[in-house]
Design a protein around this ligand. Structure first.
Ligand code: HEM
Length: 476
């Protein structure tokens, strides 16, 4: 399938590197609009990018006060950057230095041989078989959370239920239990708050980089949040060093990791940074996915009814286990479609190390590349009625007709999310466990818009719902 956008070549040959190198600059607004573009980006970046795509096509050069950004919306261009010519595109972008202030040299920002070594070290914990083994703990943790909702008086009372907040606590507990063998208990609130603060301050700092170089209140908040996290994570690591026996999880793997060249383990700081990065990446994205999923289902009761039918037929009154997941295709499609409309990692950034050609346009050395999944996943050439929530788009037959990079919520190529299977397993089990017992309804007159933060695309403000029991309750 090819795009109908006017500036997109009809075949992917232009993206393959075989096409004659072009010296044509991509279309885009003139430099005199740089202030306006920067303002628009800080106030409504999603609307701005949708508009750029509509106005200029699939590759757009956007002048801003921070330089020229090359936004790429076409799947073939995304493939070029993330997969085909990935060695030409590194992560040396300004946001990397913001993220590094908090997470150090974790897997997310690391590059080259050191990244590859780290990735190979960690990969085994995320193998599919291993993840299936985590399923029971994921469901059990979810059931405990449901019990708390009951005792907190959220069920059948009409009391507003803060969905994002509750689901974020749940996914944080799951990551703590499964990857670090620890019950985060009372620390959950503090960790959750610290990540939220960091996400907000880093987003502001993206557009006002001086903010973190001066003694501003934001800088103070950021470092206080980071220190809170350091304290929690160092506590987890200390406890594990004291009682290392009986665990087979990510933390064990990190602590046992031997640097083959140096012949010594990772430093305490490296382990701490990696634990922090996985705590953050592992819980927040999955919680965001589920928040949007419940929000969409509340507006599409017929799709929720299909899910209920799937649970009655397959689970037969029991809570789900990882072994059930292959028999729950509607659950999987619902989550995939929610991530299409609201990709938790809504855009990726790269820098071109050398000149390249994308979509028939010249991309100069040093160019900043912007890949907004939010726009590509609504590209009208690949998604019919893109604004409609239609999980059937992800049926095997329909998905096979789309190019691979029309949909990339987990990125792609060698930097593909290491936790994609973990995230699907957790999200599917949580959705099936919650919906086996409850309906969730939006409070009347709720208007929710996406809040594009530096790290995730959260619902703006509180997503308040009400919880209603489904009878009969499943057998544990
Ligand atoms: C719905 C859930 C998730 C989404 C949408 C998501 C999305 C992404 C994306 C788009 C990337 C690529 C970033 C880039 O190319 O610049 C990424 C990388 C990464 N993700 Fe996820 N992620 C999710 C869940 C998780 C989970 C559960 C974990 C771990 C427990 C995790 C850990 C990581 C790590 C460590 C990387 C860096 C991998 C590397 O560069 O080698 N993610 N994620």
């Amino acid at each position: 399938m090819t795009s109908s956008m006017p500036n997109v070549p009809a075949t992917s040959a232009h993206y393959s590197g075989r096409a004659k190198r072009s010296n044509i600059r991509p279309p885009g607004p003139p430099w005199r609009t740089a202030i306006h573009n920067t303002w628009y980006c800080t106030h409504d970046v999603l609307g701005f990018l949708l508009n750029m795509h509509k106005q200029y096509g699939d590759v757009v050069a956007i002048p801003t006060l921070f330089g020229l950004f090359y936004a790429i919306f076409h799947p073939d261009g995304v493939r070029r950057v993330l997969q085909e010519n990935h060695l030409n595109y590194d992560k040396d972008v300004p946001e990397k230095y913001l993220v590094k202030r908090i997470f150090g040299e974790g897997l997310f920002v690391n590059e080259g041989a050191s990244w590859l070594r780290q990735r190979r070290l960690i990969q085994p914990i995320f193998h599919r078989q291993k993840i299936v083994g985590f399923g029971q703990l994921m469901t059990e943790t979810t059931i405990r959370q449901l019990e708390q909702w009951e005792t907190s008086g959220f069920v059948e009372t009409g009391k507003p239920f803060p969905l994002t907040d509750e689901i974020t606590s749940l996914t944080l507990h799951i990551v703590g239990n499964v990857l670090f063998g620890t019950d985060l208990g009372t620390e959950t609130e503090c960790i959750k708050q610290a990540f939220t603060t960091m996400n907000h301050v880093l987003t502001q700092a993206c557009y006002q980089p001086w903010m973190l170089s001066l003694p501003t209140p934001q800088r103070h908040r950021l470092y206080r949040a980071r220190n809170d996290l350091y304290a929690s994570v160092e506590h987890i690591i200390r406890e594990r060093r004291r009682h290392p026996e009986g665990h087979d999880d990510l933390l064990t793997m990190l602590l046992q990791a031997q640097d083959e060249e140096m012949g010594k383990g990772m430093t305490d700081e490296q382990v701490r940074d990696e634990v922090m990065a996985f705590l953050g990446a592992g819980h927040e994205t999955t919680a965001t996915t589920l928040s949007w999923t419940f929000f969409l289902l509340a507006q599409y009761p017929s799709i929720e009814a299909r899910l209920q039918e799937e649970y009655q037929r397959v689970l037969n009154g029991h809570f789900p286990a990882a072994e059930h997941l292959p028999q729950l295709p509607v659950t999987r499609m619902v989550i995939e479609e929610a991530m299409r409309l609201y990709p938790p990692v809504w855009s990726l950034r790269r820098r071109a190390r050398h000149g390249d050609e994308i979509g028939g346009y010249f991309i100069p050395k040093g160019a900043y590349i912007w890949l907004p999944a939010y726009v590509t996943q609504r590209h009208p050439a690949f998604w019919e009625q893109p604004e409609t929530f239609d999980p059937q788009r992800f049926s095997t037959e329909r998905a096979a007709k789309r190019p691979r990079f029309a949909y990339f919520p987990f990125g792609g190529g060698p930097r593909l999310c290491i936790g994609d299977q973990f995230a699907f397993c957790a999200a599917e089990l949580i959705l099936a466990t919650v919906l086996s017992r409850y309906h969730l309804r939006l409070l009347p007159d709720t208007v929710i818009t996406p809040d594009p933060l530096l790290l995730t695309l959260r619902p703006r403000g509180q997503l308040l719902m009400t919880l209603h029991r489904i009878t009969p309750a499943p057998v544990p």
